[in-house]
Design a protein around this ligand. Structure first.
Ligand SMILES: C[S@@+](CC[C@H](N)C(=O)[O-])C[C@H]1O[C@@H](n2cnc3c(N)ncnc32)[C@H](O)[C@@H]1O
Length: 231
């Protein structure tokens, strides 16, 4: 086994704590520091009369981030109401909507992925059918993306593909489906020219940060951009 594949401290901790991937600790660090999901965001949203949360997750498999969110909020968090008084449909009660090319692992979910307030679509979030399904269930109070391309090992190729995914998250989802006051966290591989992406984020959010969690592998070139307070 190559050293990169050996289960490390974080991977072993994840298995012990019932998560399919070590990446859960990256989200936890980001959330602890920036309070991504803080309920109450919807107070800022015209048409959302009560505080509530409605989260969109892009690149969700095998499902550690989804489990983190559901374990935190499925019992206590109130799904945000949709603006305009739309009611009566299951879509109105969505707490977390998620998408990935791959299926979620059911190894640790204990039934959480069967909840009616959780929606998962297996597909490419850059394609219009998936965009339609996810956009219809918005607006969201937080958007999180850990999406990453299948890596080739050629850094320029991998960073450009990662940047393309990040741009899609911002242009197709954050700009259109993130409610005012809402927060965004998205992964991007460092190396490509992210100046245009950062400029867009600074135009969209009151506060933009770049953050590399301790739980990232020491040899990883990923980082996260955090947008706080959508304008
Ligand atoms: C690092 S993994 C996410 C891990 C996840 N946060 C967790 O905690 O379990 C990155 C994921 O992005 C997904 N992905 C990459 N491009 C995608 C796309 N265009 N549409 C949907 N999912 C995509 C991959 O299939 C992969 O499962």
């Amino acid at each position: 086994m190559a050293s990169y594949e050996k289960p490390d401290f974080w991977a072993l901790k994840a298995q012990k704590e019932g998560y399919p991937a070590r990446s859960v600790y990256k989200l936890k660090e980001i959330d602890d520091k920036y309070h991504l999901f803080k309920p109450g965001t919807s107070r800022l949203v015209p048409g959302l009369p009560e505080p509530g949360i409605r989260i969109l997750e892009l690149g969700a498999a095998p499902g550690s981030w989804s489990l983190y969110v559901l374990r935190l909020y499925a019992k206590t968090g109130k799904p945000a109401a949709l603006p305009g008084g739309r009611s009566g449909s299951a879509e109105n009660a969505i707490l977390l909507a998620a998408a990935d090319l791959l299926p979620l692992s059911r190894r640790f979910d204990g039934g959480l992925f069967d909840r009616k307030d959780f929606f998962f679509i297996q597909g490419d979030f850059t394609e219009s059918a998936v965009k339609g399904e996810l956009t219809r269930r918005g607006p969201y109070t937080t958007i999180i993306s850990d999406a990453a391309p299948a890596t080739t090992g050629i850094r320029t190729v991998d960073t450009l593909r990662s940047l393309a995914l990040a741009e899609e998250v911002v242009l197709s989802y954050a700009e259109k489906s993130l409610a005012p006051g809402g927060n965004l966290a998205l992964k991007v591989f460092q190396g490509a020219d992210t100046a245009a992406l950062l400029k867009r984020l600074r135009e969209q959010f009151n506060n933009v940060k770049s953050f590399k969690p301790v739980a990232c592998r020491s040899d990883s070139f990923e980082t996260y951009y955090i947008g706080l307070g959508k304008r």
